[in-house]
Design a protein around this ligand. Sequence first.
Ligand code: SF4
Length: 627
Amino acid sequence: MEELFGYAGKILRVNLGEKNFKIENLNRDDARMYLGGSGLSAKILYTELQKGVEPLSPQNKIIFSTGPLTATAAPGSGSVNLCFKSPLTRIWGEARSGSDWGPMLRKAGYDILIIEGRAPSPVYLVIENDKVEIHDALEITGLTTSQKTSYLKQKLGKDFEIATIGPAGENKVFYSSVMFGNGSRAAGRTGAGALLGSKNLLAVAVKGNGKISIAHPQEFYSSCRESSQKLLSNPDNIGLKLNGTTGDLGKCDNAGDWPTKNWHSNSWGKGQELYDQFKKNNLVGSHGCYKGCILFCGRIAKVESGKWKTPEHEGAEYESISAFTAFIMNDDMDAAVHATYLCNEYGLDTISTGAAIAFAMECHEKGILSKSDFGGLSMDWGNMDSTIEMINKIAHREGIGGTLAEGVKKASKVIGKGSEEFAVNIKGLEGAAHDPRSGKALALTYGVGNIGMSHIHPIEGMAYDAYKVDFGLIPYGLEDPKQVDRFEETGKGKASKILHDFGIIPDAIGLCKFYIYAGLTPDDISKTLSTLTGWDIDGKELLKIGERIYNLQRMFDIREGISRKDDDIPQRVKKIPDFGKYASTPESAIQNYEAMLEEYYNARGWDLNGIPKREKLRELGLEWIKK
Ligand code: SF4
């Protein structure tokens, strides 16, 4: 058989109910059409899952996928993408994490791991090249993510890479995460942890010693070197290593890109001061989440002493810290660092957890829920004693924690009394720590995102609008962001279409998304990809593949009932902030979202209800999708 360069070439399929596994060949045509990662996973899940499958039933599947760049010398290639039907949103679910786990899966000989069925009792999976074993997990049940990781490393050997869930995943919290690294790197969004919990799979350990074959080694290594030099010579990228994403607190606050007090505002005025506190008291150093990273956005943090004493750990990045500062009006950085650490240990998505607590605080403020409803906790804004207790309650589904564990959309339906109005979510996913009132393209990223209100699936629209990043897309039709007013709405639909087609590519090829923010363009990536695989892919085709994947995931959602009505964004996020720097800037409010949406649908070749037209599906090679 002709060699498939750039791929391990195999899929490992494990059925936990039947306690067996199969090794299948990767379909060459599918690899060419969808590349890998969340692209190939979309093809598999669209084909193999029944419409309407219950997310936490044995019939749902979860895929751990890598891309062609994973475990190669390409800079930034340490990703793994998890794809499934989400218990939180009941549509396309996806989460990405960096670590050495994805590269190790490829070294073990697999591009993709598919988990099916449900084990009758807790188990963990051990993969060592072609040896695959399912073990009883009684001894790790109930442990935190770092405890499970240490235990398994001690038992199996330190060369194994471990993916685990924590107590939150075991308790099927709808936004529980799967943790990688040493329990410090999260595939956080949309509830991958609950999926594993529902399958009674507490951990996956992997080790291998294979290599990926390269079509044109000399050209490939030279392309990798060029990319690395480009990234390292860009002075802007030094900040990522020095300050990490947390260093953006001041910048985002200033730009009106920092959701504050459950989205009452988009700025607080305390961002820089909080970062200074962090730098002085909590920051220990920087860290790369996998061995080949050259950008080092990871933070090592700690709280030395006092009430929130927290051991040295990797975490405290921008999103997590924002969720436990501005979201809930807490200005004690030690407490925020502690809260994010606790979420990682329990295996909770920090964004959704912070958002659920902000929602609870607003229920308390408005008198919708009382102290006794919260099990005696005073859920006043910024109360960190109560916040920490509430994190415990959510992870263990205790009392009101059980309601909040299912996300703000569902919780607001249970609680009622007008709380639906401030349960900020899109398609059931809580919003991240970026605000479309800082740059209107983000409104579309949030509105039409295939997983819901995520800033980074597929791309942070405000990076284009508020921070003027062009991603090397101007030759492909993107209007130069420097010529664009961030508050203008016309033109953002067309721009977002191009941004989304490119923004989905890193998730399909195993590339950390920061590398496109840091300077890798479609031209750089297509060169690396072509020399690796031997396929002749140029920037234009790369964007076409992105468009195909975006439409396929959209069709997955449409099959689950999604249409234009679900692409709307919450009223609170559209209006002028109640307080803060932009409270008297009416142009920051979103004036005509429907017009932006229609411009986007037109650019995409979708009908007015947001459904891809037949001719668009045909053009993309997706005619196999049944209406
Ligand atoms: S930039 Fe950050 S997330 Fe990306 S590979 Fe490096 S450490 Fe990991």
